[in-house]
Design a protein around this ligand. Structure first.
Ligand SMILES: Nc1ncnc2c1ncn2[C@@H]1O[C@H](COP(=O)(O)OP(=O)(O)OP(=O)(O)O)[C@@H](O)[C@H]1O
Ligand SMILES: [Mg+2]
Length: 360
């Protein structure tokens, strides 16, 4: 059992609050992704869990042990660092087997596990080399292999694929996911790559300025972002946001001067919010582009058409705002064309424009 529990964990560097009172429970065997922009505190939080940073407040539990004041080696974790530290004076084989050697495992077992980890990461031909004779991407894979070979109950990984080229990254992403599933390990995986987060995580904790803004399964974070920042950070293209204003009628809002009718339930939720300013959030794939007007559809003008093979990505102007819209690959929209947009109502997210937070 290796549940990880953080209670009000805090880490400051001088005036800077790198991690601000983070509470989070990661059940045994969960694959948790920490996602957020550079400098938001991901590495600091991970290093605090590993014991490489002494926290300034709060408690950290691994399994049923309070490890807050334990040194790293007594926490039962293995870690891949963002800087993928490997030992320069050891061969790749010895680097991967390092943790196992420290645990005084039998030689045959070490050989097998090093071989298996090396094969997984496609570095089995490099076992006799020294790190100086490797590329950055290969060195990073050595670090990942070393962490995996230990088979500890908790695996902390800080941007472990960041130095790989796009194709290898795609392949490793799927293989790592499969492997970590089989290992029965609790994983915390740090990335600032939202595609990696969506594809790998059981849950994603989205961080900003040292805080966790939302922690949900990938599809929930994608469909129901808790804040404007999350919708515009996750997804390619990001979620669209349109300003909605009061329409003088409780059953509608004005979106770029078009009355946008609301169902009773939504009207109820938005009541009292109308004056304060709203955002209507909607993803590109939940907008239908039409060549003629229709009830409740928003008039728009096509600015750019980008054929992407599977579909066409349209950039359109709605009032003084711009949106991204997915259209079928076989449609023939042109720049300058007047079109109408139908939004999938059940996919709309309403947010308070002042706080940036979603209304629930
Ligand atoms: N040892 C340190 N001393 C002072 N400030 C630090 C130290 N380590 C980190 N910081 C600061 O704490 C904040 C969080 O840093 P952290 O490394 O956790 O970010 P991150 O989310 O991992 O970013 P990245 O995606 O760039 O790796 C940053 O503003 C950083 O400059
Ligand atoms: Mg980092």
């Amino acid at each position: 059992m290796a549940e990880i529990r953080l209670e009000q964990v805090r880490k400051v560097f001088g005036d800077l609050v790198a991690v601000g009172d983070v509470s989070l429970t990661i059940p045994d065997r969960e694959f948790m992704v920490l996602l957020g922009p550079s400098g938001c505190g991901k590495s600091t939080l991970l290093r605090s869990i590993a014991g490489l940073e002494q926290v300034d407040g709060g408690r950290i539990f691994i399994g049923d042990r309070d490890v807050t004041n334990l040194p790293p080696r007594r926490r039962g974790i293995s870690m891949v660092f963002q800087s993928y530290a490997v030992f320069p004076h050891m061969t790749v084989f010895d680097n991967i087997g390092f943790g196992l050697t420290m645990q005084r495992r039998p030689e045959e077992e070490i050989r097998k596990r090093v071989q298996a980890a090396a094969e997984l990461l496609h570095i089995e031909d490099l076992l006799k080399r020294y790190p100086a004779q490797l590329s950055g991407g290969q060195r990073q894979r050595v670090a990942v292999a070393r962490a995996i070979a230990i088979e500890s109950q908790v695996l902390l990984m800080d941007e472990p694929l960041s130095n790989l080229d796009a194709l290898l990254r795609l392949e490793m992403r799927a293989e790592l996911k499969r492997l970590l599933n089989e290992l029965n390990t609790t994983v915390i995986y740090v990335t600032h790559d939202q595609v990696e987060a969506l594809s790998m995580g059981d849950r994603i904790a989205v961080m900003r300025h040292g805080k966790i803004l939302q922690c949900d399964p990938p599809i929930a974070v994608y469909n129901n972002p808790a804040a404007h920042f999350i919708g515009s950070f996750i997804g390619n293209p990001p979620m669209n946001f349109l300003t909605a204003r009061p329409a003088g009628d409780k059953a509608a809002v004005l979106v770029s001067n078009t009355a946008f009718p609301l169902d009773t339930q939504t009207a109820g939720r938005l009541q009292g919010m109308n004056g304060a300013g709203l955002w209507l959030g909607i993803r590109a794939e939940n907008i239908e582009a039409m060549t003629g007007p229709a009830e409740g559809a928003l008039p728009a003008r096509v600015l750019v058409v980008e054929p992407l093979g599977s579909h066409n990505l349209l950039t359109v102007q709605v009032g003084d705002e711009q949106l991204k819209v997915n259209a079928h690959a076989d449609t023939t929209f042109e720049a300058g064309q007047e079109i109408w947009l139908r939004l999938s109502r059940e996919k709309i997210r309403w947010l308070d424009k002042n706080t940036g937070l979603a209304l629930v």
